[in-house]
Design a protein around this ligand. Structure first.
Ligand SMILES: [Zn+2]
Length: 282
C-alpha cells in the first residue's frame, strides 16, 4: 500500500513529466475513481487546465490548476491501496488493465492514473471545493514537515484518547503520511513497542521517534526511487527491491541491532500485520 515515500516518488515523477503542461482532455475509465464528484464534472473541470504545481500532503497529491474566472483550481489524487502513475511519450499509448484515468497533455503525451484495487480516486475543480472533498482540514501536518520531538509530541497528542502508539502514528488526523510499514520501522528505531500507550512516551522517546521517522523514510526513498524508465516498485509488493526494512517482513529473523539477540515477531494490531523486536522495543 502506498505510503509517504511512494507518494513522494509519485510527486517527483509527476512534477518532472508534466508540470506546466496543459490537460487537453481527462477521461475516467471507471466511474468509481471519480466517485467524489462524478465522472462528467471531473472531466469538464479538467479540460484545458494547466498543471501548475504538484504538492504532496500525507498520502494525497494535489496539483494547482490554472484559474477559471479568477478562481484557483485544484486537482486531487489519492492513491488508496494501489494507486500509481504510468507515463507515456506517445499520444496514442494504450492504457493498461488497471488504468482508471487518462490525462491527455498538450505536449502529445499521456499520464495514466492506475489503481488496480479502486480504493483511490480523483477530483478537480475550484480549490476550496476540492479541499473539502479531500477533507484537507481534517489532516494532521505532513510527517516530513514535523521536526524535532516537541513538534511530534504536539501532533500526536492533538487528538483525544490514549491509543497505542502505532495506531496513533497511522492516524492521518494526527500526522499525515505514515502507514503500516513506516510506523513499524520508526518504532523500531525509537525502541518502543507498537503497543505502548501514547501517554507512556517520554520526551526522549519523541525525540527518537522524530529522528526515526525521517531515517526510515529516507531509507525507503533511497531503496525505491526508480531509475530512469523504471516503474515505481512498491516496497510492500516486494517487486524489484530487496527488503530495505529493519523489521517489516522479517518475521523470525534475528534483530539487526547490535547487542540484541531478539527475534523479529509478527502479530496483528488493529487488523494490520505489525513487526517488532520484543527484546529491544518496550
Ligand atoms: Zn532487538
Amino acid at each position: 500500500m502506498p505510503e509517504l515515500p511512494e507518494l513522494e516518488i509519485a510527486a517527483l515523477q509527476l512534477r518532472a513529466f508534466c508540470e506546466g503542461d496543459v490537460v487537453t482532455k481527462a477521461s475516467v475509465l471507471r466511474d468509481r475513481s471519480a466517485r467524489a464528484q462524478g465522472v462528467k464534472i471531473f472531466e469538464e473541470n479538467m479540460r484545458g487546465r494547466t498543471l501548475e504545481s504538484v504538492r504532496r500532503h500525507g498520502k494525497n497529491l494535489f496539483v494547482d490548476l490554472s484559474p477559471v474566472k479568477n478562481v484557483e483550481g485544484l486537482l486531487w489524487i489519492h492513491f488508496g491501496m494501489s494507486g500509481k502513475f504510468a507515463f507515456a511519450d506517445k499520444p496514442k499509448a494504450e492504457p493498461s488493465k488497471s488504468t482508471r484515468v487518462v490525462f491527455d497533455l498538450k505536449s502529445e503525451r499521456r499520464v495514466f492514473f492506475e489503481d488496480a484495487r479502486l480504493f483511490g480516486g480523483v477530483a478537480a475543480g475550484d480549490k476550496e471545493e476540492v479541499e473539502k472533498l479531500a477533507k484537507v482540514a481534517a489532516l494532521g501536518p505532513d510527517a516530513l514537515d514535523l521536526r524535532g520531538g516537541k513538534a511530534w509530541k504536539r501532533a500526536l497528542t492533538s487528538k483525544k484518547g490514549d491509543p497505542e502508539i502505532k495506531v496513533a502514528l497511522m492516524d492521518q488526523a494526527r500526522v499525515a503520511g505514515l502507514g503500516n510499514i513506516q510506523a513499524a520501522e520508526a518504532l523500531y528505531f525509537a525502541e518502543r513497542s507498537p503497543e505502548a500507550r501514547l501517554s507512556s512516551l517520554t520526551d526522549e522517546d519523541y525525540k527518537r521517534l522524530a529522528k526515526g521517522v525521517r531515517e526510515t523514510i529516507k531509507r525507503t526513498l533511497d531503496a525505491t526511487i526508480p531509475k530512469e524508465g523504471e516503474q515505481v516498485a512498491y516496497t510492500s509488493d516486494g517487486a524489484h527491491v530487496e527488503n530495505p526494512f529493519r523489521v517489516y517482513g522479517r518475521e523470525g529473523e534475528t534483530c539487526g541491532r547490535r547487542k540484541c539477540s531478539g527475534t523479529i515477531t509478527r502479530y496483528v494490531q488493529a487488523q494490520r500485520a505489525t513487526f517488532y523486536c520484543p527484546e529491544c522495543q518496550s
